[in-house]
Design a protein around this ligand. Structure first.
Ligand SMILES: Nc1ncnc2c1ncn2[C@@H]1O[C@H](COP(=O)(O)OP(=O)(O)OP(=O)(O)O)[C@@H](O)[C@H]1O
Ligand SMILES: [Mg+2]
Length: 333
């Protein structure tokens, strides 16, 4: 079913606007849009609470999910590459909260990201060196910082002779790479059956002759399988991770590892040998611009996992940080 048949015209129009990245419906109170001009309130009204609730339930059903009193929150994939998170009262006391994310339809190339000011040219060269040098790296950043977009651009640099297996919660990564196959997690049905987790997908990917394994977003227990895979010779892998700074990535990895029953020391040891670098991307406050802020090296310091800056990205170019020699060493420079 098309979006126009599911959503009121005003909402469908916002969601199909190429400048819009997010549409946020706050009950009957207000509707907000994020995109090229930053977060802004828009004059769209979707009716009373019952109407907004019915809209949410209809969209959930169209996305193969369920949203009702028994299940008041859901993550839904809609036609046209739109991801919807919806939560109903009483969990959302002031009315249904709908958060739409419009997934990018076309990939940004690295050159386009340079042109958009996301990184200076020498940072793009360094990123290319990470990819070609088969360095294992994570792209970190806050929500909506541009992690997935940057990852897709980086994958565009992988040689066409290599086979990439991408593992995602939902198909998001748009890359022009000619040999990129995808595995997508599957939510269990209402009886709790038929679910396929990211952890299971990492195991499957290992049997698919990957040259590179890519985990779209490390967000749970699959981090254990990923670290194991990377420690058994799968070089050149990458993924994204949610963190507010490169320095926070070790703590985030520890938290994810604990979901898989790994203690902090084990995560530290495994991650230090599995992962080489972290590329941190930040969204400018109040605007649409994204910038790569730093590239850090992951390693052990007194038994603890730490991310130490190898380069600080300035608007005009790269500034070397304390871990520069280590990064250069990993690149064989
Ligand atoms: N460098 C950039 N310049 C301008 N817009 C960008 C840039 N990177 C991403 N965007 C836009 O911002 C939105 C969010 O990007 P993206 O999905 O890559 O972020 P994310 O950090 O992966 O988000 P999430 O936390 O939801 O996974 C997208 O709609 C994308 O088009
Ligand atoms: Mg993402």
């Amino acid at each position: 079913m098309k979006l126009e048949e599911l959503a009121p015209p005003a909402l469908a129009a916002l969601l199909s606007d190429p400048e819009v990245t997010d549409v946020l419906v706050n009950g009957t109170e207000s509707v907000w849009c994020d995109g090229a001009r930053g977060l802004q309130r828009v004059a769209v009204h979707l009716g009373d609470t019952a109407q907004v609730r019915a809209l949410a339930a209809r969209l959930a059903l169209a996305g193969g999910g369920r949203l009702d009193d028994a299940r008041p929150a859901a993550d839904i994939h809609l036609p046209g590459g739109i991801r919807l998170h919806a939560v109903l009262p009483p969990v959302a006391p002031a009315g249904p909260l709908l958060s739409f994310r419009v997934l990018r339809r076309e990939a940004f190339s690295l050159e386009q990201l340079v042109a958009a000011g996301t990184m200076p040219p020498d940072c793009a060269d360094l990123l290319a060196a990470l990819v070609h040098g088969r360095v294992n790296f994570l792209i970190s950043g806050a929500t909506g910082a541009g992690k997935t977009t940057l990852l897709a651009a980086a994958l565009g640099l992988v040689a066409p002779t290599e086979r990439i297996v991408v593992i995602e919660e939902a198909a998001e990564i748009a890359t022009p790479h000619p040999h990129c196959v995808r595995l997508e997690a599957k939510v269990a049905n209402t009886e709790g059956q038929g679910g396929f987790t990211l952890t299971e997908l990492v195991r499957q990917a290992l049997r698919m002759r990957p040259d590179r394994i890519v985990v779209g977003e490390c967000r749970g227990a699959e981090v254990r399988e990923l670290l194991t895979a990377l420690n058994t010779g799968h070089e050149g892998s990458c993924g994204t991770i949610h963190a507010n700074s490169a320095r926070d990535v070790p703590a985030r990895l520890a938290a994810l590892g604990s979901l898989a029953g790994l203690d902090q020391a084990t995560v530290a040891a495994q991650a230090a040998s599995a992962l080489d670098a972290v590329v941190h991307v930040r969204r400018e406050r109040g605007g649409a611009a994204r910038r790569i802020e730093t590239i850090a090296v992951l390693g052990l310091s007194q038994g603890k996992l730490v991310a130490r800056p190898a380069v600080l990205v300035q608007p005009r170019g790269l500034e070397r940080g304390p871990a520069w020699d280590e990064l250069a060493g990993r690149l064989g420079w």
